[in-house]
Design a protein around this ligand. Structure first.
Ligand SMILES: *Cc1c(COP(=O)(O)O)cnc(C)c1O
Length: 403
């Protein structure tokens, strides 16, 4: 950073003792020479899609999660869409969907002409409020979808009991939860299908990418088929006679490329280290933020629920909420990248507002988290000193009269 950068100036005028730590982005893909070499190796060969690297990535992912089946896809959105396709969702079918999630969680239902029934969040974790699920079930309900919000596992035993009682499928959106476990069991396997994302901001990346895991042989086979036009053979080596195949179902082209999978294989080797660093960072940040009265933090791990520590989400109290924009700006001037999960509950986004007619009051908890929270980074691109710096600057931002 140059001497006359705005950030240096702002630190000088604030008369700070906090030592500048450069720019700390909210998220940063962790790519090394190993990923770059792996991609180059693909580019020197003839197979660019659905080949041996995709299979190797699927095997590594299955081994890490203990999943009987792992099917790589082009994005988590594709995996979610395939989930409803493989379950045979049809027009008018209803799916219970958390109001507090990425819009992809709801879009996947709409892409199959299904109807979302949105359920509010619980205040402690931001996860779906399980107490509200049963009253949202109607004769048209086919499935419950949950999101492990910010990496904190949902209590799947409770969700699955409700699903069993009403004969519903369960879909887990695990896009923020790679590495999250309940009593040692990886998320994504309690229900029928679990979906993961490898977008750059997530725990590992392949540029764009997704993964479906399931215990069910029938859904695994259907997902593999429907990710590739519904063709009955989808790995090149299975096509003994070139060009010969049949189509048994409707399908899309949601395959992963060999370049992406080659990156994924290398990322899986480093995932354990990434998760360890996230946990360490999260704990240091938690410890420091505990001293600040004006904020609460969403619980991201407790008891048998083992988080994947996607980020550290602080929720400002009523005395601070109106200053959120200023606090975010203050952190930014001191080099700290933040994010908001999510800026609006899904039903409050224009398209859903127009098509569903909900109001803010329908989802008080999700609306409050949207309006008052700031997500702080804990990714493996950062270390303990970065966390101590973030704590110092958050304190300063909350207490400063300068804003
Ligand atoms: C990122 C994300 C998605 C979408 O993942 P893509 O791989 O970008 O399609 C879906 N759900 C949640 C909860 C996410 O965070």
């Amino acid at each position: 950073m140059g001497q006359d950068s705005p950030r240096q100036q702002s630190i000088a005028t604030a008369g700070e003792t906090v030592v500048d730590r450069g720019v700390l982005p909210f998220g940063q893909p962790m790519l090394s020479d190993r990923e770059r070499a792996a991609v180059m190796q693909v580019l020197h060969g003839p197979i660019l899609t659905h080949g041996p690297r995709v299979q190797a990535f699927e095997s590594a992912f299955a081994a890490f999660t203990d999943a009987p089946h792992a099917i790589a896809t082009s994005t988590c959105t594709a995996s979610l869409h395939l989930a409803y396709m493989s379950l045979g969702l049809v027009a008018g079918d209803e799916v219970i969907v958390p109001a507090m999630s990425h819009v992809a969680t709801a879009h996947a239902v709409e892409l199959c002409s299904g109807r979302c029934v949105f359920v509010d969040a619980e205040p402690l974790t931001g996860n779906i409020d399980i107490d509200l699920i049963e009253r949202s079930i109607t004769p048209r309900t086919r499935a419950i979808c949950v999101v492990h919000f910010l990496g904190m596992p949902v209590d799947m035993a409770r969700v699955c009991r409700i699903a069993e009682k009403h004969d519903l499928f369960v879909i887990e959106d695990c896009a923020l939860a790679l590495g999250a476990r309940y009593r040692g069991d990886h998320v994504g396997l309690s229900g029928d299908i679990g979906c993961f994302s490898f977008y750059p901001a997530k725990h590992i990346t392949t540029g764009e990418g997704g993964m479906t895991i399931t215990r069910r042989d029938d859904l695994a086979q259907m997902t593999a088929q429907q990710r590739a036009f519904g063709i009955d053979r989808n790995i090149i080596s299975e096509r003994t006679i070139p060009g010969e195949y049949d189509v048994e179902s409707l399908g899309a082209n949601y395959r992963m490329t060999e370049m992406a999978a080659a990156i994924g294989v290398e990322q899986m080797r480093r995932l354990g280290g990434f998760l360890q660093q996230r946990r360490e960072n999260y704990e240091i940040l938690s410890e420091g933020l505990r001293e600040i009265q004006e904020i609460e933090t969403l619980t991201t791990s407790h008891g048998p629920f083992d988080s994947a520590f996607y980020c550290h989400c602080i929720v400002l109290d009523d005395s601070q909420q109106w200053r959120r924009g200023d606090i975010i700006e203050y952190l930014k001037l001191r080099g700290i990248g933040t994010s908001i999960y999510y800026p609006k509950p899904i039903p409050m986004l224009s398209w859903y507002r127009q098509n569903y007619g909900h109001r803010d009051e329908d989802f008080p908890v999700a609306s409050r988290i949207s309006a008052a929270s700031i997500a702080l980074p804990v990714g493996p691109h950062l270390n303990g000193d970065d966390m101590r710096y973030i704590v110092a600057v958050v304190k300063e931002a909350i207490r400063s009269e300068l804003i």
